[in-house]
Design a protein around this ligand. Structure first.
Ligand code: MLT
Length: 204
């Protein structure tokens, strides 16, 4: 596998928490910049590209043709991503513990998995259209985690049952999770981003 870290850094007010952008399938390290800028205009922003390719599309872990996931690869690639976050944070002098994750779809899924099954440094995040990939129950303690998660009721990829399982796992682990369910599909909507921005403005 490619060991190179493809990242993009967009400086901002370095007193503010850095934003970590994790893209959806087919995205890259900078394609969430418009949404990140809408939500966090002055914050420094870092994007890291997933190193899996699916027919040329960037991803954070392997998805097989029939649509199911490679859980061993998910674990391995999450470890790789957490290592990349650590080394990029050191290189750019960012405090990874203060990072606010902004993940969409595949990027939200890897962030959610990291919280439930690994020990990521970040404690705050916006998960746009996440799903639970690994059904194993969590033993994580997320008492200090604040997250916003969105769901579209006509999203062809994610069932409401799956989304509810994800939010339940977060809540059981102690996270303070706000879910936003809306009549929409998988792509971010204005209503959803307005709700996320309102949530950001009330962060403690
Ligand atoms: C995934 O592969 O993580 C989900 O199917 C969402 C996506 O298409 O990125």
């Amino acid at each position: 596998t490619d060991q190179t870290i493809h990242s993009a850094f967009f400086p901002g007010d370095d007193q503010l928490a850095p934003v970590l952008m994790l893209h959806g399938t087919g995205g890259d390290e900078s394609d969430l910049l418009p949404i990140a800028t809408f939500l966090f205009p002055q914050h420094p922003k870092l994007g890291i590209r997933g190193r899996i390719r699916e027919n040329g599309a960037n991803r954070y872990f392997i998805r097989h043709d029939h649509g199911d996931f490679d859980l061993a690869n998910l674990s391995q690639e999450t470890d790789w991503l957490l290592g990349a976050i650590e080394s990029e944070s050191q290189r750019l002098h960012l405090d990874a513990k203060r990072m606010i994750v902004l993940g969409f779809s595949n990027g939200a899924n890897v962030a959610a998995y990291a919280w439930l099954h690994k020990r990521p440094p970040f404690r705050t995040g916006i998960l746009l259209h996440p799903m639970l990939i690994d059904p194993a129950s969590t033993t994580a303690n997320l008492d200090d985690v604040q997250a916003f998660a969105s769901f579209g009721d006509v999203d062809p990829l994610i069932t409401e049952r799956n989304f509810n399982q994800l939010t339940q796992q977060f809540t059981i682990a102690g996270a303070n999770l706000t879910s936003f369910k809306n009549h929409q599909s998988h792509r971010p909507s204005q209503a959803e981003l307005a709700a996320a921005r309102n949530w950001v403005q009330h962060l403690t």
